[in-house]
Design a protein around this ligand. Sequence first.
Ligand code: PEP
Ligand code: MN
Length: 337
Amino acid sequence: MVIIMKPKVSSEAIEHVTRLIEENGLQVHLSHGHEVTIIGVVGDKRKLKGTNFELLDGVDKVVPITESYKLVNKKFHPEDSCISVKNTVIGPETFTVMAGPCAIENHDQLLLCAENVKKAGATFLRGGAFKPRTSPYSFQGLEEEGLKYMEEAGRTTGLATVCEVTSLRALAMAVKYVDMLQIGARNMQNFELLKEAGRSGLPVMLKRGLAATIDEWLNAAEYIISEGNPNIVLCERGIRTYETATRNTLDISAVPVIRTKSHLPVIIDPSHAAGIRSFVEPLSKASAAVGADGLMIEVHPCPSCALSDGPQSLTFEQFKQLMGDLSPYIALAKRNI
Ligand code: PEP
Ligand code: MN
């Protein structure tokens, strides 16, 4: 449940309520908004033995949270969260573009991508060093060697870096080199990985599972936040449906739905949603228009030579063109890149 305090309440009244909760063995999460302070209560409510908080000094009302996710819930934290990564911010004022190759293939490929996506206006470099491939015989990623190139690319260009981790071993390695961890669609419900990401101290981008409902996705985020890490960005990347014309079906409505349920930022990955490069541009425009907090886009110096996801990857020229075409949409959404 959350306890909503009256506007301009005294700090003594807040302390009194929080002490009462903690003395009963429950956890308190304070959220100081512009108008009101909200006290979130986490734990078994029965321990409060029916205490009537509504009668306490400074309390406006008590709202039960019926959803199984609490800390990522909008009721807990009505203001949209801003997540800082390196020198960038992902949140309601900005439109963050993350771009780069599907997989880090070699030093020059990644550094060239970094330079070009930065020139076109991206603030994040993406690139996989651990690739979750459908076939075990497909390229699996350069692992630590790739992470070292990522670190160099981030350092030399100033871009923030994000890399997928597919296991606890990958996570332990990645935290030494990158600014943000990515948990991919296939691992959205890998609960041990989610908990470890929650303890990693790094911001996490959590992609939606291939066939996950929005509630399952938010519960996955709850695993991360409940370990003490509130720096989570959600990424809609298309879901499995009966449609075969695209690789996945982009659930554009996930953005407004998430807005009503959670305070976490949400970005869109049109590359994996479409699977076809010519659809990346219209879906990117739709993402800006629907109120997403940014995009993740695959870019490659030579898509036809890419070791993975070539058909959905943009050339540098196409990415530059896309960024130019997107700018009026971003301006209309009243955001800054
Ligand atoms: C990726 O971003 O490279 C990736 C594998 O995406 P997803 O987990 O969405 O399939
Ligand atoms: Mn990919």
